[in-house]
Design a protein. Structure first.
Length: 251
């Protein structure tokens, strides 16, 4: 398994699309930092906290870089003697490692660059915002992994890349208002009830990374929610993806 993951990561580094994607995301990060910082480092850190949901949006792009063309190479890998389980899990691990590396590079460059270039008029607020950011990132990681797992499952189950990517973004952008409408109907308009909140968090994990949950929710209970929901999606999508791949007719 270790050698297979290394091979997948090596293939990933040979794709120009990887560096193009990372370069575009880096430029977007720079523009966002300039616009939101107000030349104050504490503002920049606070802005990083509320944009963590972007990791959910980037998940399909990272999965596509690893799984692009996987349907065409599966028959060769299986014929070579690799089990379908190893193929599925190896590519999934490669996706997760690439995503975590991207997060570390972008977030690290943003924070270090901001520390060197921006003003530090309120050091106490800076450390408070950094602590909040660290706590928020800790909760965001499992959500990112869960959504990456869903995309990986879709990429290997659906041959047409455009179909599963469109489906993912449609669910992301239009699923929330539809879910809120259903919750309002099921709970007689009481969308703030505990049951309604649980339903929203389970079926729309990205909501856990929005200001509504970040504001006043930064407790260890919040971490339990994030890790429970994120790892739940990852485990469910992995089980479903393995079942589909094992039944798939590879030609």
């Amino acid at each position: 398994m270790f050698n297979y993951v290394k091979a997948e990561l090596w293939k990933l580094t040979q794709r120009p699309a990887l560096f193009l994607t990372w370069g575009i995301l880096f430029l977007l990060m720079v523009v966002y930092s300039v616009l939101l910082s107000g030349r104050e480092y504490s503002n920049l850190v606070a802005a990083c906290t509320v944009v963590l949901v972007a990791g959910v949006l980037v998940a399909p792009l990272l999965v596509m870089l690893v799984d692009d063309g996987a349907s065409d190479t599966l028959k060769h890998e299986v014929a070579f003697g690799l089990s379908r389980t190893r193929i599925y899990l190896g590519k999934l691990v490669a996706v997760l490692l690439a995503g975590l590396a991207l997060c570390a590079i972008l977030l690290g460059a943003c924070l270090v660059g901001g520390w060197l270039l921006l003003n530090h008029s309120d050091p106490e607020q800076e450390w408070t915002n950094l602590a909040v950011l660290g706590f928020s990132v800790l909760g965001a990681v499992p959500i990112w992994c869960g959504m990456a797992g869903v995309c990986h499952m879709a990429a290997l189950a659906i041959r047409n890349t455009a179909v599963w990517i469109c489906g993912y973004y449609i669910y992301f952008f239009f699923g929330q208002p539809i879910l809120l409408a259903l919750v309002a109907i099921l709970f007689a308009g009481n969308t703030s009830s505990w049951t309604a909140t649980v339903a929203e968090a389970v079926f729309m994990p990205s909501l856990l990374l929005t200001p509504r949950f970040l504001s006043g929710w930064l407790t260890w209970t919040y971490q339990v929610w994030c890790w429970g929901v994120g790892l739940g999606w990852l485990a469910a999508s992995t089980a479903a993806g393995l079942a589909l791949l094992k039944r798939k007719d590879i030609r």
